[in-house]
Design a protein around this ligand. Structure first.
Ligand code: XMP
Length: 507
């Protein structure tokens, strides 16, 4: 499979470069900027991209790639900070400039390769404080903006390019076309990253593993697809365990059991551990502690099962690419935003190795794989649900009362979105509850009741998210149903914060 490697210099957009490239069926991978030449060579890239980043190349502590990477004789594209790195490394000059943030008009001066077929000018997204003052020998300017005279440069004979703007963000018109020009025309990468190829490769690789595999399935699409891929490769050497942690959506445990038993022929054991989890969570209100407790309890249950039904060499998980990047486990300088319980290593006493067949995939890619593997559409379309479940949707301590409120209110949100034909158009939709209370009037009585927060977001990959502008009539209907059907609730609010600065889940 042909591969483009993106070196991550810390831009919030770095992962989007991979995302865009994969959209036109070429495999792209994000690696830390300080990857060694040896490691990089092992990946056998067809081309290299330097991402943007918050630093300045003239600062002492500026992140620099290993110097020999510049001389690998591979096509190279620098974006923003990456552009300045190229200018600086090949003998040009980068200077501090007036900050430019937002959309600028890029005029194309030479449309022969990188900027071909995008027209004479496009709106390009800028986000920088430095710019190229002098371009290196051997390079020419192929595009400029009003404030950046060297907004796009090229050394065509060596296939080295630098662009000051971000082609990966949607605000850059023809941004994907520019990336396509680099990846397909300049790197000559083949468009062979298809989900059919992914399934074949993954199943072939999984066939090589020795020993039995234990897979914790949550009923969500990620762990289900992970399990089905492994099952395709090793059959009954895979055992699936489903743990009811008491933090699931209303009636979810019954639905999952039915689905696994009716649709898939995998070895499946349900374990009801609800009271065990809820006891451990009693009195805990710190979000990260709650996540840790849930994660640890899962691991303990798996290891108990393994002792009884093992030995298992592997523990399989449905970790996805954004979890891997966001947890900061193996990728560039991106800070850890939240700890996701299915990334970040397992305790040493658990004598199993970890198997993550989906760790290179984005969510929409998993959905495509699911369809190929015959997963029912209802599950493919079901919104993602966090591993720690309602523990991260209940603000403060998890109590049975708050659990009941969150479950019923979330069911109402889901039902109303289905009814309005909106469920499939949004990324996630649920109701959260905390300890805040507000006065309501019920009948002739004033009552001090719970506040329920509705959260509905649009997103492509959960890395960023925007709150969904639901019709007011729909919000009113949801609010009325919640206050009518759940006695304890007096107020319903709607969360209108995007990610960033908020996150999708409140805890
Ligand atoms: P946040 O809240 O970080 O969520 O914006 C991003 C996506 O990840 C899900 N999420 C989790 N998934 N373990 C998981 O498996 C977790 O601890 C966790 N926390 C958040 C969240 O539902 C959203 O889709």
């Amino acid at each position: 499979m042909d591969k483009i490697v993106v070196l991550d210099f810390g831009s919030q957009y770095s992962h989007l470069i991979c995302r865009r490239i994969r959209d036109f069926s070429v495999y792209a991978e994000l690696v830390p900027y300080d990857i060694s030449l040896e490691e990089l060579k092992k990946l056998e890239p067809k081309g290299i991209i330097f991402s943007g980043g918050p630093s300045s190349v003239y600062k002492d502590d500026a992140p620099m790639p290993e110097n020999k990477i510049f001389g690998m004789n591979l096509p190279l594209l620098g974006i923003c900070y990456g552009h300045q790195l190229i200018v600086n490394n090949f003998g040009g000059k980068v200077k501090r400039a007036n900050k430019e943030y937002g959309s600028s008009l890029l005029t194309v001066d030479n449309n022969s390769d990188l900027l071909s077929s995008i027209g004479d000018s496009v709106r390009a997204w800028m986000s920088h404080g430095d710019e190229a003052e002098e371009i290196p020998k051997g390079f020419e300017i192929i595009g400029h903006t009003e404030s950046a005279k060297a907004a796009a440069i090229a050394n065509k004979s060596n296939s080295i390019y630098g662009i000051q703007f971000h082609p990966e963000v949607v605000h850059t018109e023809q941004g994907t076309e520019i990336l396509k020009n680099f990846v397909l025309k300049i790197c000559k990468a083949k468009q062979d990253w298809t989900m059919e190829a992914f399934v074949d490769n993954t199943v072939n690789n999984l066939k090589k593993i020795e020993g039995d595999v234990l897979c914790g399935v949550s009923g969500g699409i990620d762990s289900t697809v992970a399990a089905l891929l492994i099952h395709k490769a090793i059959g009954d050497r895979l055992k699936c365990v489903f743990v009811n942690n008491g933090l699931l959506r209303l009636d979810e445990e019954k639905e999952i059991e039915t689905m696994f038993k009716n649709n898939f022929k995998v070895n499946f054991t349900p374990i009801n551990a609800a009271s065990r989890f809820l006891e451990k969570l009693e009195g805990v209100d710190d979000p990260e502690r709650k996540r840790k407790i849930v994660g640890e309890e899962f691991v303990k249950i798996f290891s108990e099962f393994a002792e009884k039904s093992g030995p298992f060499k592997w523990l399989a998980q449905g970790t996805l690419y954004p979890d891997v990047i966001e947890s900061g486990v193996s990728k560039g300088p991106a800070a850890v935003i939240k700890s996701h319980h299915n990334v970040g290593g397992l305790p040493e006493w658990l004598k199993m190795e970890i198997l993550e067949p989906l760790r290179d995939l984005y969510k929409d890619e998993v959905r495509k794989v699911a369809a190929l593997l015959g997963v029912p559409e209802k599950l493919i379309k079901r919104h993602p649900f966090p591993g720690p479940g309602l523990a991260v949707r209940i603000i403060g301590q998890v109590t049975t009362k708050k659990l009941e409120i969150a479950k019923i209110a979330s069911k109402i949100v889901e039902e109303e979105l289905w009814e309005a034909g909106i469920y499939n158009k949004v990324w996630q939709a649920y109701a959260a509850v905390g300890d805040d209370k507000a006065v309501g009037v019920v009948g002739d009585e004033r009552r001090y009741g719970n506040i329920v927060m509705i959260r509905v977001v649009d997103s492509i990959d959960a890395m960023t998210a925007d709150w969904t502008r639901l019709p007011h009539g729909l919000l009113e209907k949801i609010s009325n149903r919640i206050t009518n059907e759940i006695e304890e609730v007096t107020w319903v609010t709607y969360a209108v914060s995007s990610k960033p600065p908020a996150t999708i889940e409140p805890q």
